[in-house]
Ligand binder design. Structure first.
Ligand SMILES: [Zn+2]
Length: 136
């Protein structure tokens, strides 16, 4: 994050994002709304119950925590030192399950976007990405 100029408003937002576990998803929702997206939350009728989806537009978004979903190459995706094999298998299974759900949705001709928790902090870029995904 170094080198980025922050406005007071932006730092407030970042503070809120860091404080709560579900905040990355809240921020994604706010950004989607700001680009005019209409969506439903935790859509159980779809594979993997996407966090955010619009069935008629065939869009689905997952907001993944880097740790539990095992974001590869991410510094947040650490494996605990105790019971290392257990955890590393568990995170690998989570990754595999995520990939299966994504493939099922794509087979249903859904556009699927995975937003990683660590990417939410690059807020300006994310809004553009969400807008392109939703309206593209
Ligand atoms: Zn990450």
């Amino acid at each position: 994050m170094t080198g980025l100029r922050t406005t007071p408003q932006r730092s407030d937002l970042m503070r809120r994002v860091r404080q709560s576990g579900t905040a990355p998803e809240l921020l994604v929702r706010q950004l989607l709304t700001s680009v005019g997206a209409k969506y439903r939350l935790n859509v159980r009728g779809l594979p993997g119950s996407p966090d955010i989806a619009n069935k008629s537009r065939r869009k689905a978004i997952f907001v993944h925590g880097c740790y539990w979903h095992g974001h590869q190459g991410c510094r947040r995706a650490t494996v605990p030192k105790a019971n290392r094999d257990f955890w590393s298998n568990k995170f690998q299974r989570n990754r595999q399950r995520d990939a299966e759900k994504l493939a099922l949705l794509q087979a249903m001709r859904f556009d699927v976007l995975v937003v990683w928790e660590c990417e939410v902090f690059a807020e300006g870029t994310l809004q553009e990405r969400l807008s392109e995904f939703w309206h593209g």
